[in-house]
Design a protein around this ligand. Structure first.
Ligand code: SAM
Length: 430
């Protein structure tokens, strides 16, 4: 790895091999992502910004053609940077929303001419269709198809959203269709009475929107997307294929290809549940309540409702520090220590599965956040080092990119203790 600049504050004591990279603290969040063309089409509350992926790639200096993998691709930040830099890449995520966002953001046509003709088609079809919808003038109220959607949207709002939805759904699969879908999903929070705020869903009051406001918001979103694509056509990049798979990262060994590097961020063990934050979007995409419940149970054990796979993690020995931590949580809700133990077992599965599809010497950058339970910091970054070593990797160092406050509950009860967000670097043993 190339030498890295360390911004070490003398007051912060870090574990061996860890250096402070406070220069990357904004890149640990989606703040910078929101200013970058295409990246800004969609993000998760816990997405990192492309600048973090770029800093990692710079430190690694991978040979051209290296294949990148992101087993928790979320809104596709790693995949999009890979495509921008000409690296072939594959992404995996359990959520259909993450898969759609990652696909729409990474699969623009390979040449500038291709992008421009796709834009022409898109603009023509959108303006024709919106003209038809506007000519209908009166949208008749339609009851949303589920109680939760009925709480989020009024029948008149649903009438406008569902004409757009039905129209897009009947289009043949294509890059343009993904883009239209994403644009429509992107405007939902502007009208929904369910607000995905700080990791949880909150119900809010909102005046009823008119169908014209909804159509205009969609048109405006498409205009923004197409401007970004025009920019891309003016700044071509070498072609590189990006594939996106809806699958469980714990079964990643089933991917058919071999990879040279992984840049990823698993959910943090902080109890946030993406199926709750994006409940409305998932229902809008056609998931039923029971599908969403299944998704919640199947997700990595970073929240208490996840169940874990029925597999015995052969070769995994929970690190002694983890055992000691779990013993200290004895007085808490028993679901919390069960979740914490399951979280690291799940990560072991992911790392061991990844080992089977990584070339020897492949590099991994894992963006992880520590959490705090019962007043004690859970050092997820250091535990990741131990688990990585058990799964067949060598620890190469870590960057501490952010020192965060704790949850209001933990701070109120036990005081503030900075909690690290780190990039842990591992290398696949030969
Ligand atoms: C922290 S987010 C990733 C954010 C991403 N780095 C970005 O920049 O947008 C974690 C992702 O893990 C996904 N996830 C949770 N459990 C999973 C599992 N078992 N297999 C695959 N993906 C999973 C979630 O759906 C979510 O998209």
């Amino acid at each position: 790895m190339k030498a890295m600049s360390a911004f070490t504050k003398p007051s912060v004591v870090l574990p061996d091999g860890f250096v402070l990279r406070a220069d990357l603290s904004r890149a640990a969040t989606p703040t910078l992502l929101r200013q970058r063309p295409i990246h800004r089409w969609f993000w998760f509350p816990h997405s990192y910004s492309p600048e973090l992926v770029e800093a990692i790639l710079e430190a690694w200096d991978l040979p051209p053609g290296s294949r990148l993998l992101d087993p928790f691709c979320g809104a596709g930040t790693t995949l999009l940077v890979a495509r921008e830099r000409g690296f072939p890449a594959a992404g995996v995520d359990l959520s259909p929303l993450a898969v759609l966002a990652s696909r729409a953001k990474t699969r623009w046509p390979g040449s500038s001419e291709g992008i421009l003709s796709s834009l022409q088609r898109l603009r023509r079809v959108v303006s024709q269709q919106l003209r038809v919808f506007r000519r209908r003038a009166l949208f008749r109220p339609v009851s949303p198809p589920s109680p939760r959607l009925a709480r989020a949207f009024t029948p008149i709002e649903w009438a406008a959203l569902s004409v757009l939805r039905e129209w897009i759904l009947q289009l043949p699969p294509s890059f343009e269709r993904d883009l239209l879908w994403l644009a429509l999903l992107r405007i939902l929070p502007r009208f929904s009475r369910a607000s995905g705020d700080g990791g949880w869903l909150r119900w809010v009051e909102r005046p009823e929107a008119t169908p014209e406001q909804i159509l205009s918001a969609f048109e405006e979103e498409i205009r923004r997307f197409t401007e970004d694509l025009e920019w891309r056509a003016r700044h071509p990049v070498p072609p590189a294929r990006v594939s996106v798979h809806r699958m469980d990262a714990r079964r990643i060994h089933r991917l058919p290809r071999m990879f040279d590097a992984v840049i990823t961020s698993p959910p943090y063990p902080n109890r946030h549940d993406y199926t709750r934050i994006f409940h409305i979007e998932l229902l809008f995409m056609g998931c039923r309540e029971e599908d969403i419940l299944r998704l919640r149970r199947e997700s990595l054990r970073s929240h208490v409702e996840a169940r874990g796979l029925d597999l015995t993690p052969e070769g995994y020995l929970p690190p002694s520090r983890l055992q000691a931590y779990l013993n200290d949580l004895k007085d808490l809700d028993p679901r919390v220590p069960r979740m914490v133990a399951g979280y690291f077992e799940d990560l072991f599965w992911v790392l061991r599965g990844a080992r089977q599809i990584l070339n020897p010497g492949a590099r991994l950058a894992l963006v992880v956040g520590n959490a705090r339970y019962g007043g004690q910091i859970l050092p997820a970054d250091e535990l990741m080092v131990e688990i990585g070593e058990q799964a067949g990797y060598r620890f190469e160092g870590a960057w501490v990119i952010r020192l965060r406050g704790n949850s209001a509950q933990q701070m109120g009860r036990y005081g503030r203790l900075p909690s690290r967000e780190s990039v842990v670097f591992l290398k696949a043993r030969a």
